[in-house]
Design a protein around this ligand. Structure first.
Ligand code: ASP
Length: 404
């Protein structure tokens, strides 16, 4: 049985058994819950184990290889950033349209707003931008220790460009990077052997521990978020891919099921990155240098699902409060949601933190995040999946536009 099939079966089993545990139809759910926890931790920790060295070695060496392309690095940069920019704006606008169409939050009573969740600290936009810069330029040793993916991406780009400029003088350093990159790819392949067990464990826990009563209150919002995110993932993004490459987008998505299911179950684009990188190279035929470049940059800055969700959530909160947002305010929501998604690290619930920026940009109370927090782990599944899909599709597009 192929690994893809094993992962897909594990995902269904995990969700199915989790639901049965919720219903009390499973004997000793505590023991199974504990085993599921261990399986989930082994898988996610294994991915994180290789994540930082993988990004550094693969990205730095991929920059070296980019020079071999006829159109060179410039074209790769242009297509990568162009695609990231356009797709994220489309995502945020899709989010707004879905809320306007289905109007979640209208008529829902807010009496539990103040009672739920922790109080969230207010966010100052200036502080957020300064923190963003400090985060991006953190020293590499601290970044490695803190699993700061964005800083390692920046450092790897600097090192890669440096090696390119120095040419023959740093020949051995370049070779060493490449050998390490190969070693890291081997480690990822080893990690993937436990993926089915990990996916089962993570999804079992997710399905078994959700608070069902809450879902009834914000049920429509959950359904609309799922609908909007899946619309972007299965209609908008495939359409962009088809327009730009004339490839069959659904075939591409089918081949990308390993990273998509991993993203769904881990809720982390960064943790999924080793699988994403491996898939674009081995299954989708993307040149390793382009694949590593687009997916590692994308895992930290390209988050369509997050932008879509943040735009949706801001309008949902406005609906709950009975506040009408003007057209200009909605444009602000779209812009700030895109920026917030760029600033969000690829870890579970990161979007919740940057969400504060969006709410505050249009004068909505930041405390409203408390409504969204309890359902966030669930919503994070599809939005992370769509975030990762965006990186994969980006790699395929850049490859086809920059092929020699
Ligand atoms: N969990 C998302 C990701 O890793 C980020 C978010 O919370 O929106 O891509």
């Amino acid at each position: 049985m192929s690994l893809n099939t094993q992962i897909a079966i594990a995902a269904f089993l995990g969700i199915g058994m989790g639901v049965l545990a919720q219903l009390g139809w499973i004997p000793s759910p505590e023991t199974l819950g504990f085993i599921a926890k261990i399986l989930g931790v082994v898988f996610t920790s294994g991915l994180k184990l290789v994540l930082m060295p993988l990004i550094f070695f693969t990205l730095a060496s991929s920059i070296l290889h980019l020079r071999q392309h006829r159109h060179g690095m410039r074209r790769v940069w242009q297509w990568t950033l162009g695609y990231f920019g356009v797709s994220v704006i489309i995502a945020a606008i899709t989010g707004l349209c879905f809320v306007h169409l289905f109007k979640p939050g209208v008529g829902v009573h807010l009496n539990w707003l103040t009672a739920t969740g922790p109080t969230i600290v207010q966010m100052d936009p200036q502080k957020v931008s300064l923190d963003f810069i400090k985060n991006a330029l953190q020293n590499p040793v601290a970044a490695l220790a803190n699993q700061n993916v964005f800083a390692i991406v920046v450092f790897a780009i600097v090192v890669g460009v440096g090696l390119l400029k120095l040419g023959k003088k740093t020949e051995y350093a370049a070779q060493l990077l490449e050998e390490w990159a190969q070693l890291m790819h081997w480690c990822v392949q080893v990690m993937m052997r436990v993926a089915p067990l990990g996916v089962f464990g993570l999804l079992y826990q997710l399905a078994a521990t959700q608070n069902m009563a809450l879902f009834q209150q914000v049920g429509l919002f959950i359904v609309v978020v799922f609908g909007g995110t899946l619309w972007h993932g299965f209609i908008n993004t495939p359409f962009i891919l088809w327009i730009l490459t004339r490839k069959n987008p659904y075939k591409v998505l089918w081949q990308a099921q390993q990273p998509l299911i991993t993203a769904f179950s881990t809720a982390s684009s960064s943790a999924t990155l080793p699988v994403t990188m491996e898939t674009v190279q081995t299954k989708l035929g993307v040149d390793p240098s382009i694949g590593a470049f687009v997916t590692s940059l994308g895992a930290t800055v390209n988050m369509d699902g997050t932008a879509l969700y943040e735009a949706m959530a801001a309008l949902f909160v406005a609906n709950l409060l009975g506040v009408h947002l003007s057209l200009i305010q909605q444009v602000v929501v779209v812009i700030v949601s895109c920026l917030a998604s760029i600033g969000a690290p690829g870890i579970p619930s990161a979007g919740m933190v940057t969400m504060m920026m969006v709410l505050q940009a249009v004068g909505l109370p930041g405390e409203a995040v408390a409504i969204l927090l309890p359902i966030d782990r669930l919503l994070d599944t599809v939005r992370t999946m769509v975030n990762v899909e965006g990186d994969i599709v980006g790699a395929v597009i850049v490859q086809s536009k920059c092929e020699d």
